[in-house]
Design a protein around this ligand. Structure first.
Ligand code: DX5
Ligand code: ZN
Length: 212
């Protein structure tokens, strides 16, 4: 299992130090939650912050756009240094067009679904994307409880990916700790996002290793 610490749970007053800390602790990706206060009820990070922290680490940036009409901001996040740009199937006006915009900047494409969205909404796009992000909490805030029900989606995505011989990775996000990471991995997840369980632990290196 690859591990993507979510900086949403980091100490924003020490963001630079936090980026260095998770880099040294061995993060596989750095997960950056972008929220617009419309698609979800919270406002977080914009492209200028991504550009600022880009200088501090070589670890790939996994940018999770929880914003309405994400196509409008692909260019800004691509130029700020995102490596993977993930948007929500529920938020895009035209999913295929948005995928193609991300590809046109040479970035990896992720597509995400909220807990209430059925897995069918995303299955049809699997061959066009690099990563599928299954939300295991309602997006908007860190520190929520893992929704075990979402494992059905992970299972059917894995089945589909294997049947079609695709390389699409499955990522899970929300309520991930040692226990739930193991459950997600056994259902087919390749990457886990974790905020609280990493940043609130006394030894983040150990926390990442345990998740892995
Ligand atoms: C929620 C975000 C998550 C969040 C996860 O909307 O997408 O990435 O930071 O936080 P934890 O690990 O605390 O559930
Ligand atoms: Zn996220």
């Amino acid at each position: 299992m690859k591990v993507a610490p979510s900086i949403l749970s980091s100490d924003f007053s020490q963001l630079g130090k936090e980026i260095k800390r998770i880099t040294e602790a061995g993060a596989d990706y750095i997960h950056i939650d972008v929220m617009d206060g419309v698609f979800v009820e919270n406002i977080t990070i914009g492209p200028c912050v991504v550009a600022a922290i880009r200088k501090l680490t070589e670890v790939p940036f996994d940018v999770h756009l929880m914003i309405t009409d994400p196509a409008r901001y692909i260019k800004a996040f691509a130029e700020a240094g995102a490596d993977i740009i993930t948007f929500h199937v529920e938020a895009a006006q035209n999913v295929v067009e948005t995928i193609n915009i991300i590809k046109s900047y040479g970035k990896k494409v992720g597509l995400s679904i909220k807990p209430k969205t059925s897995v069918e909404e995303i299955i049809k796009y699997l061959k066009l994307i690099d990563l599928v992000l299954v939300m295991t909490v309602e997006p908007g805030f860190g520190g929520q409880k893992f929704m075990f029900d979402m494992m059905k989606k992970v299972k059917s995505l894995k089945k589909e990916i294997q049947a079609k011989n695709l390389n699409t990775l499955i990522e899970v996000d929300g309520g991930i700790n040692e226990k739930t990471a193991q459950i997600a991995a056994s259902n087919g997840a390749d990457i886990c996002v974790a905020g609280t369980s990493i940043f609130k632990s006394a030894d983040i290196k150990q926390a990442i290793e345990n998740l892995r």
